[in-house]
Design a protein around this ligand. Sequence first.
Ligand SMILES: O=C(O)CCC(=O)C(=O)O
Ligand SMILES: [Fe+2]
Length: 329
Amino acid sequence: MSLAEGRIPVLDIGPARAGAPGAAEDLAARIARTCEDTGFLVIAGHGIDPALPAACFEAAARFFALPEEDKLALRIGEYNIGYLPTGAQVIRTSKVAEVKQPNLNESFYIIRDYPPDHPAILEKRPFVAPNRWPPHLPGFREATLAYFTAMEALAQRLLPAVSMALGMPPDHLARDFRDPTCTLRLIRYQPQPAPEAGRFGFAPHIDTNLLTFLAQSALPGLEVRTAEGDWIRPPAIPGTFVVNTAEMLGRYSNGRFTPTPHRVLNQNDAMRYAIPFFFGPDNDAVIRPVPSCISAENPCRFEPLLYEDHRRMLNLRNFAHRQPQPAEA
Ligand SMILES: O=C(O)CCC(=O)C(=O)O
Ligand SMILES: [Fe+2]
């Protein structure tokens, strides 16, 4: 285990946000460099009020401290919205580890919060349903949604730099992110002081969206696998966000920016909390490699993919309650 100096760079996005001359190009070049390597970066100068992630972490701690029956009353159903108890998620889609044991974490998923009379709810659009709010947790909804809104705006602000990192005009990706798929997942990892083979807080996996934003957790545990096979930790600088690339950026980039496997081992003697924000394309976006990443040497490697179809496939595979048989022990 080594610290990832250089391999997971710290990028100050302040100058690009302020529109300083050349800053957007410079940021795009740095993003491209790290996306070709670990696909993990740390961003500073992002403009997010530190009170927002702090309140979200606090909301997560209060939620997970509820009695198990209160949490189970909010258990996820057809879609990933609500509570997923420990033991319910097995990362069967992992390409880097033989994973049969469930993750040692419990989660609570929040999606875009639609009012009950919103057309998306009334029309029962796929992957859309009301959030499952805990009834007796004052301030929980406000704190998590304020964080959700701020993170969505941050993700949208980074999108032009990602388009440019792909070698495309700054507005190229915007057409697929008009109503982006956003999920805020609150996670509590139980302590795992003595590691056991094949047992993880979060088994090695790649994320399936476009970009994931992780406010720095108070405790270490996240590890990123380099191309050489070492597991390294992102720099833990308070107030920054760890950002990682996910499967759809791999597709847009025609394999140039492949997502990197990562895992969580909570070897601390206390619960570890994380609040990842997942940013993905519109449900009806068709993901295709961008022209700048296709050449005679690197012909198009991916068929067009409707994002909704991708989500449907994942939904069936990784979650025990949607398997035809119970998950294996
Ligand atoms: O807990 C963390 O730091 C990472 C969580 C993660 O990788 C995920 O939710 O996809
Ligand atoms: Fe992840």
